[in-house]
Ligand binder design. Structure first.
Ligand code: BTN
Length: 269
């Protein structure tokens, strides 16, 4: 059952109402749910409009990319899913979502959030030069039929406050409040991400695809000159990142060849 939107979120959403376009109409708030992506998917199946948003403050079955769990205990973060009904822009929605989350965090908090391909939102680790910690992640899930992608649910998980992360994550993640050393208005962060998502989706819909790619490139310094490795048929290949192409694929130089990586796991050294 949908619940009343908490006061801080309602105030933040009111402040962005004329900048969010369709995003957040309607907005379903749940203090806790399984996965906001699943709720948004069910809403889509029941005819919810483009721009419908589900926001939760905890998930019991939050999921990340590559079949991983997304740690979503109460009090740690904000978990949000947005329904996008424009099928034509589906291929670039993952990158557009990354730009929106990085820009929304920057505007709401001033923190210099960056993107690590394909769409990890990271900040520099103050205690380990050259390393980054993850602040937020994006999981875009398309719903397909015989005629192709019908709609996409863009799921966004943001670490707002420090939490008891599992040992495998503890040295790789961080939160907005840990980085800033002060309380953060999570409602404002969510609201500014929706504003930035509206900008990016509008740019894609208006044929300004290169604008989205250029913004992504400027937010992702590691996409050029970063050291990565990946596996193909049991063989591990290591190389140096050389940017993204017009479809958002990661280009990697290795032994004189340029590899084009479109999905799968890339390890960052
Ligand atoms: C990643 O692995 O980096 C992507 C994480 C995406 C997590 C968000 S939280 C809101 C939405 N609901 C989910 O179950 N997953 C996404």
């Amino acid at each position: 059952m949908p619940e009343a939107v908490p006061e801080d979120l309602a105030v933040a959403l009111a402040s962005s109402a004329d900048r969010r376009g369709a995003f957040g109409q309607p907005l379903i708030f749940l203090s806790s749910t399984g996965s906001t992506n699943d709720v948004a998917q069910r809403l889509a199946d029941n005819g919810a409009p483009h721009g419908a948003v589900v926001i939760a403050l905890a998930q019991t079955a939050g999921r990340g990319r590559q079949g991983r769990e997304w740690f979503s205990p109460p009090g740690a973060g904000v978990y949000m899913s947005v329904l996008i009904r424009n099928r034509a822009i589906a291929p670039l929605l993952t990158l557009a979502g990354g730009v929106a989350v990085a820009d929304g965090i920057r505007r709401a908090t001033g923190l210099p959030a960056a993107i690590k391909w394909p769409n990890d939102i990271v900040v520099r680790d103050a205690h380990a030069p050259g390393r980054r910690r993850k602040l937020a992640g994006i999981l875009a899930e398309g719903s397909t039929a015989d005629s192709g992608v019908q709609h996409v649910v863009v799921g966004i998980g943001i670490n707002v406050r420090p939490a008891d992360y599992p040992p495998a994550l503890v040295n790789r993640v961080t939160s907005l409040e840990r980085e800033l050393g002060r309380p953060v208005d999570a409602g404002l962060v969510a609201s500014e991400i929706l504003v930035a998502l509206n900008e990016q989706v509008t740019a894609l819909e208006s044929g300004r695809r290169s604008e989205v790619l250029d913004r992504w490139r400027s937010l992702s310094p590691s996409a050029v000159g970063g050291q990565v490795s990946w596996s193909i048929s049991g063989e591990t290949i290591a190389g140096t990142t050389a940017g993204i192409d017009g479809d958002g694929a990661l280009l990697v130089r290795s032994a004189g060849a340029t590899h084009r990586i479109i999905s799968g796991e890339v390890r960052w050294e």
